[in-house]
Write a protein that binds this ligand. Structure first.
Ligand SMILES: Cc1cc2nc3c(=O)[nH]c(=O)nc-3n(C[C@H](O)[C@H](O)[C@H](O)COP(=O)(O)OP(=O)(O)OC[C@H]3O[C@@H](n4cnc5c(N)ncnc54)[C@H](O)[C@@H]3O)c2cc1C
Length: 480
């Protein structure tokens, strides 16, 4: 019989792994979370430069409003009074190529829905039907994730919306409702968060993203690291261990069961359950035949794209009357070398959290989604940055000569930061075949092994990975 050092070992201290570990520790399990970096949080990290504090990979969080998943998890851990969320209202302002007026996306779903009904009065029923389906998908998916039994039995009876729509793209759903093109673009505005066009994006994935923002878009006051630190200290205060600078090399098997891990330094740690909360392809590849089917599945799946983000200082007076979160879709593609720019994001987080910029200045990020392309090299990055700055200045002339470049991060930096292959921002791409019930679940059917984070259901984004952490903890506790 194997003796265990821990009840649960968690690999990767991103918000998916930290949530799983904290919820298990709360239930009395002795947990240990292993993180390859000196910093915790994975993508959820702050960088400081010239007195500015940037949340480098979180623009806006869903699930922080009343009844939202992050609120619920922090409530369960009795941590709610230790953190403050700041609302981003409006959630985002969009410049669409076919419209001179910007489209303002309200933070709250009901306000958004009412505004769309006022814009398209002849389609009010369809708009309500649309959000009803989003809500039902979201609710059924949470339920299915928490079901420890085999949901295949009675699936269409118990999960009718998922049974009906699991194979739909967003575009197919909108076509079924016969929504006019302009309304499709506006209801589907958040597709950019999923880095896929409506024609490729899974309806289930989009519905989950949309519903996770139903209670508003938020930032963590003082920076997203506060949320990370709060969970890490909770774990340590509940007999858990948080080990930094510890890279896991492979899983250890005993008679077909995962019994722990070996670190890259050769240390062996044993546990009754091991939870992979990171891009696990390299670990699985080193772990032998027991992982064969899971590794084979990994190798057939496609990862989401990444971003190129430039971080800047601007004088406060240049941006005072702007919105904090802006998406610009270009009428004609701009070219930077061989690369095309069709859309970019302009973020001014210090308009929401003033403490993130020094007196007299604001922090600004220009962000370019890199959907399926290979990572741009240094020269290509330089061309892209120049082209993006020109586009931004053409739209906001008062920024001319006022953008002070601080630093930039691209796919290779994001990859180094987290081990996510190609700096994938959201785990598996949210196509129909990789979303909802088709995404990896928490239980990969290898004894002793569980999964969490943005590679698992429901998928990327902070609210998504914290949901996955909660579902994973439930699965472990149910012995599933
Ligand atoms: C530029 C950018 C912008 C984004 N914007 C938003 C946003 O506005 N809102 C939002 O909700 N989401 C956003 N996201 C997505 C969000 O940040 C991620 O989906 C989420 O943080 C992923 O969390 P995770 O816990 O699954 O994994 P990660 O954050 O990737 O954490 C995995 C952890 O595992 C560790 N690890 C990896 N391999 C090993 C190993 N072998 N041994 C030990 N440790 C290991 C890593 O170092 C890392 O700490 C953005 C992402 C990017 C890149």
């Amino acid at each position: 019989m194997t003796t265990h050092d821990y009840d649960a070992l968690i690999i990767g201290a991103g918000l998916g792994g930290l949530t799983t570990a904290a919820l298990l520790a709360k239930q009395g399990l002795r947990v240990c979370i292993l993180e390859k970096n000196q910093h915790l949080g994975g993508y959820a990290v702050n960088y400081e430069s010239h007195g500015h504090r940037f949340d480098v990979a979180t623009q806006a969080l869903g699930g922080c409003g009343e009844g939202g998943i992050i609120q619920n998890i922090l409530g369960e851990l009795e941590l709610l009074d230790r953190i403050r969320f700041l609302p981003c209202e409006p959630a985002r302002l969009y410049h669409f190529p076919d419209d001179d007026d910007p489209f303002i996306q309200h933070g709250f779903l009901h306000a958004q829905r009412d505004m769309l009904c006022a814009m398209y009065p002849g389609f009010a029923d369809e708009i309500h039907a649309c959000y009803k389906v989003f809500g039902d998908i979201f609710a059924e998916l949470q339920e299915i994730g928490a079901a420890s039994g085999n949901p295949v039995f009675g699936f269409s009876r118990n999960f009718p919306t998922l049974a009906r729509y699991s194979r739909f793209t967003v575009q197919e759903f909108f076509a079924e409702l016969q929504l006019p093109q302009g309304l499709q673009v506006r209801i589907g505005a958040r597709s950019g968060y999923c880095m896929l066009p409506l024609s490729k994006l899974s309806l289930v994935a989009f519905a989950c993203t949309e519903m996770s923002y139903a209670g508003g878009a938020w930032m963590v006051a003082g920076g997203v690291s506060r949320l990370v630190d709060l969970l890490a200290s909770f774990i340590e205060n509940h007999r858990g261990r948080v080990v930094k600078r510890c890279r896991v090399g492979k899983l250890l098997f005993d008679g077909g069961e995962v019994v722990g891990v070996q670190t890259s330094q050769g240390e062996t740690l044993k546990a009754a359950r091991t939870i992979l909360a990171a891009d696990a392809q390299a670990i699985l590849a080193r772990s032998g035949a027991g992982c064969g089917p899971l590794l084979a599945k990994y190798q057939t799946m496609t990862r989401s794209g990444s971003y190129l983000v430039g971080y800047y200082q601007v004088p406060a007076h240049c941006v005072q009357d702007m919105q904090a979160n802006i998406e610009v879709r270009l009428a004609a593609q701009a070219l930077a070398g061989k690369r095309k720019i069709e859309v970019y994001y302009l973020l001014i987080p210090s308009l929401v959290d003033k403490t993130s910029a020094p007196e007299g200045f604001h922090s600004l990020c220009i962000s370019l989604p890199l959907a399926d392309e290979s990572a741009p090299d240094k020269h290509a990055r330089h061309l892209l940055r120049e082209a993006l700055e020109q586009l931004v200045v053409a739209r906001y002339p008062r920024l001319k000569d006022n953008l002070k470049f601080l630093f930039e991060l691209g796919p290779e930096h994001f990859s180094l930061m987290t081990g996510n292959t190609n700096g994938s921002a959201y785990g598996w791409a949210q196509t129909v075949g990789q979303s909802g019930i088709h995404r990896l679940g928490n239980n990969p059917r290898i004894n002793g092994l569980y999964l969490a984070g943005h590679w698992t259901m429901p998928g990327g984004g902070i609210a998504g990975v914290m949901t996955s952490g909660k579902l994973c903890a439930q699965t472990v506790l149910a012995g599933g």
